[in-house]
Design a binder for this molecule. Structure first.
Ligand SMILES: [Zn+2]
Length: 312
């Protein structure tokens, strides 16, 4: 089976982000992440597929259904004349200070990522098999009316809604990033056609800092280890299958791996082999969507391990 990889045009890193406490630091969400992951996916047998001619237009329509108009207006044109960026807590998740700036490059970059998610979903819906939207900026912290945590538009929800439009009755969203996909959770809440499950750190020192328990949320306060992590992924997947998911969108975060500057667990890159094998066993059409993963040395090996199983 071919694993199709869709990669949007490269966009610049943000000029800074803000740490808890207020210090401005260099963004770790940088183009080199994608270079490393793409190399790994190709090592594992994946094939690059181009964007469609109408992918951006379809993405724009879909983000209009996922996000509030005020947020989209802010991302499109919120940077005042004479400024390079703006940091506005009016558009941050409930209870959080804004730590991710909006620049003029954000809208085309975020829309490009959403377009790649649309295209990946179309390829899977129409051709069967698996696809991988290798995008930055990531999306799972972007909620209906907010952005943050490097995320502006929710690419995973865009992919899931595209699969729905293409005729899939129920799409399960499985989030295996180190951080809770608080944006995804809020975007799909109450929608029985888009069940959500997440494995994540629920340690209060980790973004988004506040963790309400709920169905499908498999949070752990400390490193689960390889076997523990795989057991949690299995439980999360079972939660989606119980709700009759007919296709999967998988929010992939390599920040669960050892050495990640935004994580604290010690998993080896090869863990993504058994994760992808577990998914492949379900024989459901699957769209992978890139979320986090900032430890450059581990990215290529993790993506290769995933692709070897996802393209079998
Ligand atoms: Zn993350």
């Amino acid at each position: 089976m071919t694993l199709h990889v869709v990669v949007p045009e490269e966009s610049e890193a943000l000029p800074f982000t803000v740490e808890p406490g207020g210090a401005q630091v260099a963004s770790k969400e940088i183009p080199e992440r994608i270079h490393q992951i793409l190399a790994g996916l190709l090592d594992g047998g994946a094939v690059v597929a181009p964007l469609g001619e109408d992918s951006a237009a379809r993405a724009e329509r879909t983000v209009g259904a996922v996000h509030e108009a005020a947020l989209l207006d802010h991302l499109r044109g919120g940077v005042p004349e004479g400024r390079d960026s703006v940091l506005d807590s009016a558009f941050s998740a409930p209870g959080l200070e804004q730590e991710t700036p909006v620049t003029r490059g954000v809208w085309p970059a975020a829309l490009g990522a959403a377009a790649a998610a649309v295209r990946a979903a179309e390829l899977t819906a129409r051709g069967g098999g698996n696809s991988y939207a290798l995008v930055r900026p990531p999306g799972h912290h972007a909620g209906p009316g907010w952005y943050g945590g490097y995320c502006f538009l929710n690419n995973a929800v865009v992919a899931a809604r595209t699969l729905r439009e293409e005729g899939v009755a129920r799409v399960g969203i499985l989030d295996v990033d180190y951080h809770l996909g608080n944006g995804t959770l809020a975007c799909v809440q109450g929608d029985p056609t888009l069940p959500f499950a997440s494995v994540h750190s629920s340690n209060a020192k980790d973004f988004p800092y506040v963790f309400e328990p709920g169905p499908g949320l498999f949070g752990v306060e400390s490193d689960p280890g390889t076997e523990g992590f795989l057991a949690l992924v299995k439980d999360a997947l079972a939660h989606l299958l119980r709700q009759d998911a007919e296709a999967l969108v998988v929010s992939v975060g390599y920040d669960v791996l050892a050495g990640d500057p935004h994580g604290s667990w010690t998993l080896a890159p090869e863990v993504f082999g058994p994760v992808a094998a577990l998914l492949a066993e379900q024989r459901l059409p699957t769209v992978f969507v890139q979320e986090g993963g900032y430890g450059l040395p581990s990215l290529r090996g993790a993506a290769r391990a995933l692709a070897l199983e996802a393209s079998r």
